[in-house]
Unconditional design. Structure first.
Ligand code: ATR
Length: 293
């Protein structure tokens, strides 16, 4: 029979790395599932400064190749997603399209990378607004987060994707990159396009708790011109009901917390061997940690 140390040495170990990483709710999510499924394993936050990230990945690979019991993979958050993608040895199509990775794992001693934000975004809407896909989408924001959303909307068959950004050049760049049906415009003409949208998505940092100065500048959006059937969602979940969602009152809305919970599913499955379920209990745990209950 294996002793305690031997058991420890066999346990799959995963991490989340970022800078900073203290705000990450990923440890709560993965440890909840480890408990729920009675899985032996660990999931720990590792704060890695940008200048040390390259060495971190190099030592991750070295440990794996030397057969030491290192990490079997982990999550990557800001500001390391692009570098994680660049340093992975095998990247799937989604990560390659987005140019950033949030999930790493080893397969045959090869460091693999994917981006599960697309999965998380779709699964959240599938759960709370099952017939969300199709028609015309209006997307606010052309930053890093917008890429996953544009990919998701293309994949789920939207006929038109109207991309609006304060800095129109960034929207133009993304429209060119993703191609039809993405069209780019300035944020200032949202009022003249919103009536065409079946789905309205905020991917900007506007109204996010940590961006207090932006919060003050939250513009008023013309939700009164939207179709009564339009669905509105925000990928930000701090606060849970963002100023954007609050302005959309009267329309159906889906908050961004489900995207965080669902994006964790593929990673857990890869590291710990079971596809976990996003339960109401898990959502409640994260909500109380966010001070939302
Ligand atoms: P992320 O990777 O999280 O998407 P980002 O690349 O900094 O972050 O992008 C933030 C997005 O929020 C951008 O679309 C940004 O618009 P610009 O490209 O014009 O900067 C948008 N954003 C941030 N603050 C904004 C504000 N006060 N008004 C309008 N858009 C804003």
């Amino acid at each position: 029979m294996a002793n305690h140390t031997e058991l420890n040495n066999l346990m799959p170990k995963a991490f989340v790395t970022g800078y900073p990483v203290g705000h990450s709710r990923s440890p709560l999510i993965h440890r909840y599932w480890l408990d729920l499924y009675h899985k032996q394993g660990t999931y720990e936050p590792l704060e890695v400064a940008p200048q040390s990230f390259e060495d971190f990945i190099i030592s991750l690979k070295a440990q794996n190749q030397s057969g030491q019991h290192g990490f079997c993979g982990g999550n990557v958050t800001l500001p390391h997603k692009e570098q994680a993608f660049a340093m992975a040895d095998r990247k799937d199509t989604i990560a390659s399209m987005i140019g950033a990775a949030n999930t790493l794992w080893f397969e045959d001693n090869v460091l693999c990378a994917t981006n599960t934000d697309v999965y998380g975004f779709c699964a959240n809407l599938d759960e709370f607004a099952p017939d969300w896909a199709g028609g015309t989408a209006l997307v606010l924001g052309a930053g890093g987060a917008s890429r996953a959303i544009l990919y998701a909307l293309k994949m789920r068959g939207f006929e038109r994707i109207i991309l609006l950004n304060r800095t129109i050049e960034r929207a133009d760049e993304l429209a060119l990159y993703f191609g039809a049906p993405v069209e780019a415009y300035g944020l200032d003409i949202m009022g003249s396009l919103i009536h065409q949208a079946d789905l309205i998505v905020n991917t900007t940092s506007l109204g996010m708790e940590s961006h207090t100065s932006d919060k003050d500048m939250m513009p008023l959006f013309d939700f009164d011109k939207a179709k009564p059937s339009a669905l509105v969602t925000d990928i930000v979940y701090t606060p849970l009901i963002t100023p954007f969602l609050r302005q959309a009152h009267g329309l159906k809305t889906v908050d961004g917390l489900g995207m965080l919970l669902h994006q964790a599913v593929p990673g857990f499955e890869k590291w710990f061997g079971i596809k976990p379920v996003v339960t109401k209990e898990l959502r409640d745990i994260i909500l109380s940690d966010l001070g939302e209950r």
